[in-house]
Design a protein around this ligand. Structure first.
Ligand SMILES: Nc1ncnc2c1ncn2[C@@H]1O[C@H](COP(=O)(O)OP(=O)(O)OP(=O)(O)O)[C@@H](O)[C@H]1O
Ligand SMILES: [Mg+2]
Length: 237
């Protein structure tokens, strides 16, 4: 992040527990416009919970989430979407009985009908050829693309993608890399949650590694790979 760029997202000291489990235990980070931050960490370390907290799926125990300088902790999800935050899901769940185009159109309405042309979104996500297919007939890679398209239909300034690379073949991964970098080049801030280190390396500008709801490491991925705390978290020592 260049020092003169204000972050579009700042999360500070987030805490969230589920029963006795601390899913988020003091995590903080920020993302600038056009920046791609990777979020890595072992299974159950709190990555998806971060996305859920930022998008308002549930409230926090404590901590602050600021978007474009405004504290958004208490806003419902749809208000956050209309401010310019959206996400894709670890397990996409489109409206299976609607077509690809209809799914994107519904998302666009949910986002407040911003001026994103659904045809253009289907074009850039590579779904234009199959826009009349029912979402329920798509394979898992196509459903991931549709999930991305639905998020883009709300014209986000902050896009949070949850394991969007998982299950994609090498060609699809290369295309997804280009797509995410192109979105950042337009000024969208991205949080990329991922286990695939090669993909993270190609896509992100820097990464945060989480473990048990805390930050374990923040910096460049090649440095993370040499950090003994990160190695221990992934390999159990
Ligand atoms: N809604 C919930 N209710 C209860 N426990 C939850 C809930 N959401 C997450 N958890 C728990 O919080 C912890 C963090 O979960 P989270 O899904 O954020 O992990 P993750 O880092 O995304 O893992 P993965 O890499 O496997 O997707 C886990 O122990 C999980 O079981
Ligand atoms: Mg997850």
């Amino acid at each position: 992040m260049s020092p003169d760029t204000e972050p579009v997202l700042e999360v500070e000291d987030l805490h969230k527990h589920f029963g006795g489990l601390k899913a988020l235990d003091g995590i903080s980070f920020c993302i600038a416009p056009g920046e791609i931050l990777g979020l890595a960490g072992p299974n159950g370390s709190g990555k998806t919970t971060c996305i859920n907290a930022i998008t308002g799926v549930f409230g926090l125990d404590s901590g602050a989430i600021r978007f474009a300088g405004k504290t958004i902790n208490r806003l419902p999800t749809y208000r956050r979407v209309r401010l310019g935050i959206n996400r894709s899901f670890q397990v996409p769940s489109p409206f299976l009985g609607l077509s690809v185009m209809e799914n994107v159109t519904v998302a666009s309405v949910y986002g407040g009908n911003k001026k994103r042309d659904p045809d253009h979104i289907l074009e850039i996500t590579g779904l234009a050829q199959i826009k009349d297919r029912l979402a329920g007939s798509l394979n898992s890679s196509q459903q991931k693309l549709l999930d991305l398209a639905r998020a883009l239909a709300t014209d986000p300034r902050l896009l949070l993608v949850d394991e969007i690379g998982a299950g994609l073949n090498p060609n699809e991964l290369a295309r997804m890399t280009d797509q995410l970098r192109a979105l950042a080049a337009q000024g969208i801030a991205l949080l990329v949650v991922e286990h695939l280190m090669d993909f993270l390396d190609r896509v992100t500008d820097r990464i945060v590694v989480m473990d048990a709801g805390k930050e374990l490491f923040s910096g460049q991925l090649y440095e993370a790979a040499e950090d003994p705390r990160v190695v221990e978290a992934f390999l159990g020592g």
